[in-house]
Design a protein around this ligand. Structure first.
Ligand SMILES: [Zn+2]
Length: 344
């Protein structure tokens, strides 16, 4: 039994977290214990960064997967365990499932929660990315349902976008809203090493995949009006969704590689002859696409281990503007997981 969160002082872990105790009731008890321990890890003085790094080193979780609509669990994960993590930004959308996939240990998190209880505007994105980072994750695959804004992106096609246009209105988009001042580069918001791997994996899974394209992220929760959709198309976007922001921003601030695998489900509302988007169409096409998405994820995991070098992992190296002596101890403590190595 691997412990992701360390051993308790009183041996309670053995009662709460061993495999036979993974019923819903025991899991809740385990979650409570883990929460307490995770809180201790993140807020005790001195060891925040080292301790969280140690979790990753022990478990060797290289890849995180954020499942979107229709992908709430990964039945392919072997030896799966649930881990609940509390962060300085609250609870993630759900407990994380950690297990083996294609020979590597990965972490899976359903973006909207296992019951789809978080709307796009209320997904706790900062907690989600903090939790993945605290597990030692380096690369994050983000699964997103999208509408097509182009005739030749047909529903059920896959898209691996290379750009994003942020039209969200009501979401916290940074870990550093309370300081220090940090300006990361976002010219290329998706990891250039992960994107080709996702495209290759999609092709090997037999999917029709479009390489590149601009994802416009709207606030929602309503779908667009026809006027909005026409304007977005005139801007040259390729797909429309509600969830890749602020994820791309937060991934960069957390120095995580991040790439989107977008599943086209409809033609939004602009198409003259195709039905306008509605929830039943989206769900039906997601149901048909979920198996493809899981096949792509299975295939891409080994490729990611071999991915080319990129600069995502040092995004903060030149980005922290506040003078080191101007960053107070509570902030250093709170954000140590992200900025600790630049303050030593
Ligand atoms: Zn990268």
């Amino acid at each position: 039994m691997v412990s992701y969160l360390g051993r308790p002082r009183n041996g309670a872990r053995d009662r709460l977290l061993l495999p036979p105790c993974r019923s819903a009731v025991s899991l809740r008890r385990g979650d409570q214990y883990n929460n307490a321990l995770a809180r201790k890890r993140h807020f005790t003085s001195g060891g925040t960064f080292n301790e969280t790094k140690e979790i990753g080193a022990v478990s060797e979780i290289q890849v995180g997967i954020i499942g979107g609509s229709g992908l709430y669990r990964m039945p392919d994960l072997a030896e799966a365990e649930q881990v609940s993590i509390e962060t300085p930004f609250g609870h993630p959308s759900d407990s994380l499932t950690i297990g083996m996939l294609s020979g590597l240990r990965v972490a899976f998190l359903p973006r909207h929660g296992r019951y789809h209880q978080f709307s796009p505007s209320h997904v706790p994105a900062r907690a989600n990315f903090w939790a993945l980072k605290s597990l030692g994750v380096k690369q994050v695959i983000s699964i997103n349902a999208v509408g097509s804004m182009r005739e030749d992106i047909v529903p059920l096609d896959l898209v691996v976008p290379d750009q994003i246009f942020d039209r969200t209105l009501n979401r916290v988009r940074t870990f550093f809203d309370e300081g220090p001042v940090v300006h990361v580069a976002l010219a290329d918001p998706f990891c250039p090493a992960m994107r080709p791997a996702l495209v290759a994996a999609a092709r090997s899974a037999g999917a029709r995949v479009h390489e590149g394209g601009t994802y416009i992220c709207i606030e929602g929760p309503q779908f667009s009006t026809k006027a909005e959709s026409r304007v977005y198309r005139s801007w040259g976007v390729d797909v429309i969704g509600m969830t890749a922001m602020p994820e791309a921003r937060l991934a960069r601030e957390a120095e995580l590689c991040y790439a989107v695998l977008a599943l086209a489900t409809d033609y939004d509302v602009w198409h003259e002859t195709e039905e306008s988007v509605n929830v039943s169409t989206v769900i039906e096409n997601l149901r048909r696409n979920t198996e493809t998405a899981q096949a792509v994820i299975r295939d891409v995991i080994p490729m990611l281990a071999q991915a080319a070098d990129c600069e995502c992992g040092s995004a903060l190296a030149q980005a922290i503007v506040t003078a080191r002596e101007g960053i107070d101890p509570p902030t250093r403590e709170r954000l140590g997981l992200l900025i600790g190595r630049y303050l030593e």
